[in-house]
Design a protein around this ligand. Structure first.
Ligand SMILES: NC(=O)c1ccc[n+]([C@@H]2O[C@H](COP(=O)([O-])OP(=O)(O)OC[C@H]3O[C@@H](n4cnc5c(N)ncnc54)[C@H](OP(=O)(O)O)[C@@H]3O)[C@@H](O)[C@H]2O)c1
Length: 275
């Protein structure tokens, strides 16, 4: 939970006894060392796709922090089951993002991998869409990406290293009825990704997007079975995707080895929409 004492898990403690090992030079001492100690932050990392991403990063030896917004029960269960510390704030709140990133830096170390995954839907046809539904989705699914990147980019630029992965959506690529708000936010993420990638490339920071298709999570469970059957019929692979299948793609983009890939969008959609 946010503010919990997790100082014993500070990754630097694994380095302090290594001769000559400092925060500044630890990236040069070998393949495993390149990952051990890097801090990864996954927004919305306590459920669904984000939880799978957080676990995949933990299994790859990153020091992981997962954030969430309101579902304490799910977050506490996730933390107990995985040992991944969870932090609670609203990613749509810029001051909360800055404070949360500082809190994670103080407990786990400076954030070097940021996965902007938190997202919501508030679906309605445009003629029935309220200003509140529009604003909620734009702020949570798009402005939050600015808030979080703004909080981590100065530190990444300073150390000359960073990996940012923004979770967009197939519906930001192709549009979807009832989702003008969501499609606009998710398409906005793709432009944001390219612009920040250009700004950051010379600083050792890559910025990429993932565009999942329909993945079996709570978000998709909210869709009626009838509509879901229609959607699955449009997926060439013939099924919904799994959160771990998205997580593997994020893990790759987060790795040191993906340093020549930036500004790209990786689709993970079972062939439903080919770009
Ligand atoms: N599922 C799909 O088929 C699909 C397809 C394409 C793209 N995506 C995208 O993938 C991402 C994850 O989707 P999902 O299906 O895994 O969603 P999910 O199961 O509904 O989980 C959403 C996560 O985001 C957190 N969150 C929501 N609003 C937040 C806020 N304002 N501040 C901080 N955290 C917040 C939630 O926290 P709480 O638990 O506290 O609510 C939860 O941890 C989203 O960006 C979504 O748009 C999903």
């Amino acid at each position: 939970m946010y503010g919990a004492d997790i100082s014993n898990t500070h990754p630097d403690s694994r380095w302090q006894n290594e001769p000559g090992s400092t925060k500044a030079n630890r990236f040069r001492v070998g393949a495993v060392a390149d990952v051990v100690g890097r801090t990864a932050l996954v927004t919305g990392g306590t459920r669904g796709i984000g939880a799978a991403i957080a676990k995949a990063l933990r299994d790859a030896d990153y020091a992981v922090a997962a954030t969430y917004h309101g579902n304490d029960e799910a977050a506490e269960g996730f933390e107990a089951a995985t040992g991944i510390p969870v932090f609670k704030w609203d990613v749509a709140d810029d001051e909360a993002c800055a404070a949360g990133v500082a809190q994670i830096a103080a407990t786990l170390g400076p954030v070097e991998i940021l996965v902007n995954n938190a997202g919501i839907t508030r679906d309605a046809m445009l003629h029935k869409l309220s200003s509140e539904q529009w604003r909620d989705v734009i702020e949570t699914d798009l402005t939050a990406c600015f808030n979080m990147c703004r909080a981590v980019i100065p530190g990444m630029r300073k150390v000359g290293y960073g990996r940012i992965v923004n979770v967009s959506s197939i519906n930001g690529q192709k549009g979807q009825l009832g989702q003008t708000n969501y499609a606009a936010a998710k398409a906005g993420l793709l432009g944001f990704t390219k612009a920040l990638a250009l700004e950051s490339a010379a600083k050792g920071i890559t910025v990429n997007a993932i565009a999942p298709g329909y993945i079996a999570t709570d978000m998709v469970a909210a869709v009626s079975q009838k509509i879901l059957d229609g959607i699955v019929a449009q997926i060439p692979v013939g099924r919904l995707g799994r959160p771990d299948e998205v997580a593997r793609a994020v893990l790759f983009l987060a790795s040191d080895e993906a340093g020549f890939i930036t500004g790209s969008t990786l689709t993970v959609n079972g062939g439903q929409y080919m770009t």
